[in-house]
Structure formats: C-alpha cells, structure tokens
Design a protein around this ligand. Structure first.
Ligand SMILES: Cc1cc2nc3c(=O)[nH]c(=O)nc-3n(C[C@H](O)[C@H](O)[C@H](O)COP(=O)(O)OP(=O)(O)OC[C@H]3O[C@@H](n4cnc5c(N)ncnc54)[C@H](O)[C@@H]3O)c2cc1C
Length: 379
C-alpha cells in the first residue's frame, strides 16, 4: 500500500513517524513545497528569532531519519492537482520543471495555512509575514537596536515579534484594529493584561487604530500578523468539500474516499465540542497527525483531544486549554497575581452554564495539569 502525505510541516512529519511507530510497512511519500526538512514554526517568533536557538533545533526529524524509516521526502515539490476518484496526483518542482503523475492508495492532506496579506502594507513596505525559515532570517537581520519596527496586528505572532524586537532593543509600534489585543480568544478581562505587559516593556501599542500608508512610511521593517488562511486550494481543486479549511469528520476523513486532512488546514467536526473547529496550533498538528496515521492504517478513531496552545512573551509563559466557542462565556474567574509584567502568576477559567469551557495559566507551570483537567468540569 502507498500512503502519500501532502504538506511537509509538523503535521506531515508527525504522521509519517506515527505510521512507522505503529508498524505500517508500506510506502510513505511526503511532498513538501518548502525545500527544507519539516520544521516547527513556534521558535520562528521566539527562541530562534531572539538568536537563543539555532534553526536546526526546530527540525522535526533529521535527514537520516527519513532514509532509516523508508519515508520518501520530496522536498521543494508541490502537489498541483489531485484526483481522488482515480487515486492519482500530479507533483512538480517548485523551482520549475516537468510535472509528473503518481498513484496513491491513501492520501493525507497537511497543507497548513498561509499568512493573510494586507494590501496597504504590500503596496508600500515589502512587509514580512512570519511563516517560514526565510521570513525568520529576514526579520532576525532587521531586529537591530534602534531599528524602527512597525507591527500590524496584535495577535499571537504580532505580540511575540513585539517581545523579541523589544528584547533586541528595537523601537516597536503595534497597530491593532480592535480595542484590545487577543480579545477574540481571551476576552477583555485577560486581554487587558497582555496590553499592560507590552506597554510595560515599552511597546507603543495603538489600539482601535486602522493602518494607513503614512503609518508605515518611517518603518525600517513592517511585520504583518493579521491571521492565516487555510491552504485548501488543492482540496478544492480535487472536488473535496471545503469551508474555512478542508471539512473533516470526527475521524479526520474528508468528503473524498481515502483522503484525510489534519493540522492548520483541517476544519473538524469535533465530537467533544459538538461543533466544527479549525485550530492553528502546534499541539493540534501533532495530535491530529497521530490519530490520522492510525486511521490511514484502518482504525476508526475519533479525534477527541481539546485545543491547547502556548506562548512566550518577555518572561511570561502561558498555556491555554479548551475553547470558549461562539456562545461566549458568562464569567471569567481569575486567581492569583495578574501583574505579569513583574513576574505575577495567575490562572483564569472561562465559565459558561456552570462549566469551565477554557482555562489558562500564566507563569504557573506547577498548575498546568490541574488547569488542563479543569476544562469540562463544573465551576
Ligand atoms: C511564527 C509562528 C509561530 C507560531 N507559534 C505558535 C505557538 O507558540 N504555539 C502554537 O501552538 N502554535 C504556534 N504556531 C502555529 C503552528 O506552527 C502551526 O499550527 C503548525 O505549524 C501547523 O502545522 P501544519 O503541518 O498543519 O502546517 P504548516 O506548518 O503550515 O505546514 C504545511 C506545509 O505544507 C506545504 N504545502 C502547502 N501546500 C502544498 C502542496 N500543494 N504541495 C506540497 N506542499 C504543500 C507548505 O509549504 C508548508 O510547508 C506558530 C506559527 C507560526 C507561523
């Protein structure tokens, strides 16, 4: 049997490893558009950006692993079309060259997401959209002391870049259209603490402000972090159902026979949350990859794991478990010291109808398991 994986990010590399770990002995092929060994992206806005770690530390498996595990990694090769009925695909080198047709028995789509572009910045500033090793190298070179850095978007990536830039001694302005950073995920009670954290570190955080060309004019470097779009064109071309990502069922199967999808591109019908969710986080890429690999081998396992993510900004480390969802929350309970700019540690619980829907801690690693286990319990 041939199992083919389209992607070449964390999800793809993890799925290949799980197949071998579970004893699958057939062919495994990964088509990876980037000309790199699959790597993890979180360090691109943290330790690698700060120069504390080398990019090699972010690689999922070293080169020898692929040969040793008989995984054929076709780097720098993009899959351009798939034909689920015929079980075939066409692939071609990104650098140019002829496309070739290949057959598969089972296909896993792990094509990830692509940074959302901002036309004002594209017109005037050659902005950096931090997604790849190359973007990271460009930004690292630009983060000099006294550089004038303008960041558009106070989401996770924008704020992590702000943190790294301040630690490098750069002047940082962050523009955010909303009234608070991260308010969509955290709600105003906790989002406010992130605004305070960045201001305490000297970031000029301009909230409720739209960005025009003048705002970008004096910047040495412009970084845009306004979200990502699932890379679902391939699935769409292949006639697979797509709506904010590739639609997958509880077992991560797409609408096409013998095709599964995972990671940033997958919009799953989540059996525990009881609704669709597409999660753009490191942990989901790993955990979905493991379940999908087993299902590619014939299991019928639902993916039940709840979302989890982490961030590091200055001396603050946080972990967040669960998902509040579109209905929102009735209240958020916060325990501890919220002065995170001065080493405070706290826990927060988002409660709806007497049940914890999501919970986080900041700087309180000993409480990590208890905070995670609180999700779904009465409060
Ligand atoms: C700067 C940055 C920081 C982050 N920090 C955090 C964090 O702190 N915590 C956290 O939880 N998450 C974080 N994330 C998110 C996390 O990295 C992603 O959720 C994860 O990378 C998703 O993995 P993936 O394999 O699904 O997709 P991706 O990593 O996007 O990989 C998909 C790969 O598929 C390739 N591809 C696409 N189409 C094709 C095709 N047709 N043919 C061949 N190849 C194709 C792409 O080129 C890409 O290399 C961060 C992301 C970024 C960019």
């Amino acid at each position: 049997m041939n199992i083919t994986i389209v992607g070449g990010g964390l999800a793809a590399a993890t799925a290949a490893a799980e197949l071998r770990e579970r004893g699958y002995d057939g062919d495994v092929v990964i088509y990876a558009a980037e000309d790199h060994l699959p790597y993890e992206r979180p360090p691109l806005s943290k330790a690698v950006l700060l120069g504390e770690k080398d990019i090699d530390s972010a690689i999922v498996h070293d080169e020898g692993w692929y040969a040793a595990h008989r995984v054929r990694l076709e780097r720098g090769t993009k899959v351009t079309t798939i034909d689920p009925a015929a079980h075939t695909l066409r692939a071609e080198p990104v650098a140019g060259g002829a496309s070739t047709e290949h057959s598969y028995d089972r296909l896993l789509l792990a094509t990830g997401a692509t940074a959302r572009h901002f036309d004002v910045a594209d017109r005037v500033a050659d902005p950096i959209y931090l997604r790849t090793v190359e973007d990271n190298a460009r930004l690292r070179a630009a983060l000099r002391p006294d550089a004038h850095v303008v960041i558009v978007g106070a989401g996770w990536i924008g704020l992590e870049v702000a943190s790294a830039a301040r630690q490098k001694g750069a002047e940082v302005i962050v523009y955010e259209r909303g009234d608070l950073p991260l308010v969509g995920v955290l709600g105003p009670e906790v989002a406010r603490l992130f605004a305070d954290l960045h201001r305490a570190h000297g970031v000029d955080l301009r909230l409720g402000t739209a960005v025009d060309e003048a705002a970008l004019a004096d910047a040495d470097v412009v970084v845009v972090g306004i979200g990502a779009i699932p890379t679902a064109e391939l699935a769409e071309q292949g006639g697979i159902d797509v709506d904010n990502g590739v639609l997958v069922d509880e077992q991560l199967r797409t609408s096409a026979p013998d095709v599964w999808a995972i990671g940033d591109v997958a919009n799953q019908q989540h059996p525990v949350l009881g609704r669709r969710i597409r999660v753009e986080h490191w942990d989901t890429a790993i955990e979905q990859a493991k379940v999908a690999a087993r299902n590619l081998m014939g299991e019928e396992e639902p993916y039940t794991h709840l979302p989890y993510f982490f961030t590091d900004q200055y001396d603050l480390g946080m972990e967040y478990f669960g998902s509040v969802g579109p209905e929102g929350y009735d209240r958020v309970d916060i325990d501890g010291d919220t002065d995170v700019a001065h080493g405070g540690a706290f826990r927060a619980y988002w409660v709806k109808d007497g049940t914890v829907r999501a919970a986080m801690h900041a700087n309180d690693w000993d409480s990590s398991d208890a905070v995670r286990d609180s999700v779904g319990t009465a409060r």
